[in-house]
Ligand binder design. Sequence first.
Ligand code: HSE
Length: 306
Amino acid sequence: MDNINIFAPASVANVSCGFDVLGFCLDTIGDIMRVSKTKTKGISIGTLKGQKIPIDPLKNVAYVAANALLKDFPTNGGFQIDIEKKIKPGSGIGSSAASAAGAVFAINELLGKPYSRSQLVKFAMVGESLASGDAHADNLAPVLLGGFTLVRSNKTLDIIKLPSPNDLIATIIHPKIELKTIHSRAILKSEIPLTKAVEQWGNLGAFVSALYTNDYGLLSRSMKDKVIEPARAILIPKFKEIKESAIEAGALGSGISGSGPSVYALSKGEKTAKKVGQFMKTHYDEIGLDYEVHYSTINNEGIKIL
Ligand code: HSE
């Protein structure tokens, strides 16, 4: 095989109760990447279509991640990466994770799969760190492994793939403003009160349990964020109103998608998810802010070969 085309999906990190450790993979939005073997050694970036991303290799997350893999697995030839970027950078649905994970996944396939999908996370992390300032795998893990994932440790990359209840549908509203992860991380306090930590780990444990038992009620009660969301809410136009509308329309829960500005909701069933989207968008219609709404089942497979 000399080349490969893949779908590198978007993802939702944090899922309210699991800052930097919890995430899930989307099905209906993602980048198309083509990676081809070249005779020249090393990585080259070919055509970049769609959203604007850096052509400068040292600022391009796909290049940096791919390079990290090749350092560990030297080859005589090289690889060219072409990207049709559909996930807007700075939108909060894992744009950099899709590029980084996609690049290492595709190269690994062309090399005859020397690494497992889990082992690829560490190379993709090098690209992700470039985009967000420090390394966390809460978008990368669901993109590579599919479904919901929990990162027990971002240092040792101890990652657990979790089950996904069948009827869960995500609604994502993306207000068309750019919010860089590096900036929305900069406003966070580095310490939190013990009472808030207790609430947060109670919710995270319960959320994980609910995924295993298909307990939608428990899932709904656990989708709370007492730590990060209060600090970041001010960065997102009409966040409080949108979240309240999602719950009013029947969502199990709603919150900031990753580091924002997208807002996500999880619902049981497509009908409710669609109603949630209708309710959410009224707030941006009112103020004339451009937006996109996405609906998606949970993508249990992660990156797909086309
Ligand atoms: N957990 C990360 C954050 C996701 O919220 O900053 C975005 O990279």
